[in-house]
Design a protein around this ligand. Structure first.
Ligand code: MTE
Length: 334
């Protein structure tokens, strides 16, 4: 399928080929002997396959499809759901990639309260039901790049953070937005033990400049693959900032505060020489332990998995966000 998308944020179910469909489609085309000249055929085959596949998908959320034009020339392959929910960083539940899925299943996310406060005219609190009902939900298929040099392609469900911010009506003094994860050592073993929690100071905190927070790409996610977020991915609500390293995308958020000054952030507190406030994906600025020039895209592997790929500046979202940093030296402000 040859599809062109006008903007890289406008990837949706229609513009991204599911991995299973991709493989079965390639196989079918190959069997028919059309591998070289099969673009047109591939397109119609894929459309049929996608329609059937997604009819079978359980839909917990009512999602709003994004507008796109269908002339993209690259195929993004979604990371399978089972990988997205079993290879996680959520240190509140342990530092191994499998710990969050193993240890977070009893995590109670209802009732939940998310409070907006600080420099704003309408401080308010959202309850659990509000998280999925207060704003129209959208599906956004984003690349997710971890500073550890692995990446995924994830179909998030959520709403723009800008919608929530507009409702809170920040005043002219609000220059930054601070985020805070739940602090509940009884539920989160990593908060109860420094050893389990990797020495991180809890609660986990993050921050954005207000113009970054208002960017249309910045998402509050309440689900993935058409269903509510599993606890290991940050239920019931998390941030997704696709042009920044994954550690900015703070999970299980209870507080959002508008500030005059730049807030402290968890990884910067722990190792300021390794993790900056901005954390924009940048192949030219390497982390002391991980070159950022390339990344391992997590797929099912196999014949078609060319999974070592070059890292793109701003994780491929430069068109939408590079202008935010035109006056900033990105090597100093990593
Ligand atoms: N948020 C909290 N509260 N605690 C964490 O340990 N890890 C971060 C981020 N958000 C983390 C967090 C890191 S390092 C990454 S790469 C992403 O979550 C991983 O998200 P995922 O597990 O859904 O892939």
């Amino acid at each position: 399928m040859l599809i062109k998308i006008s903007k890289s944020n406008q990837l949706n179910e229609n513009s991204v080929t599911d991995e299973n469909i991709y493989h079965s489609r390639r196989k079918a085309i190959k069997q028919m002997g059309f591998m070289g000249a099969g673009a047109l055929l591939a397109s119609s085959f894929s459309n049929q396959a996608q329609a059937g596949f997604f009819d079978d998908e359980p839909e917990t959320f009512k999602t709003t499809k994004l507008n796109f034009t269908s002339d993209n020339n690259k195929e993004l392959i979604k990371t399978p759901e089972k990988k997205i929910i079993s290879h996680n960083n959520f240190y509140e539940f342990g530092t191994n990639k499998t710990d969050p899925q193993e240890k977070a299943q009893q995590f109670n996310t209802n009732p939940w309260q998310l409070t907006l406060s600080g420099e704003c005219d309408n401080p308010h609190t959202l309850d659990y039901d509000d998280l999925t009902k207060a704003f129209p939900l959208e599906e956004r298929i984003y690349r997710m790049r971890c500073v550890e040099a692995w990446s995924m392609v994830i179909p998030w469900i959520g709403f723009p953070l800008a919608s929530l911010i507009k409702k809170a009506a920040p005043n002219s003094k609000a220059k930054y937005v601070a985020f805070e994860t739940l602090y509940d050592p009884k539920q989160m073993p990593g908060q109860a033990s420094r050893r389990v929690g990797g020495g991180v100071k809890y609660p986990y905190v993050e921050g954005l400049r207000i113009d970054e927070a208002m960017n249309p790409l910045t998402l509050m996610s309440v689900g993935l693959y058409g269903k509510t977020l599993p606890p290991q991915n940050g239920a019931p609500i998390r941030l997704v900032v696709p042009w920044k390293y994954g550690f900015k995308s703070i999970k299980s958020i209870v507080g959002i505060k508008f500030l005059t000054h730049q807030p402290p952030t968890t990884w910067n507190i722990l190792a300021p020489k390794e993790y900056g406030f901005y954390a924009n994906v940048n192949p030219e600025v390497s982390h002391p332990r991980w070159s950022q020039a390339s990344e391992r895209r997590i797929t099912t592997g196999g014949l078609f998995a060319r999974n070592r790929i070059a890292t793109l500046p701003f994780n491929g979202y430069g068109e939408e966000v590079a202008s935010l940093y035109k006056n900033l030296n990105l090597k100093n402000h990593f």
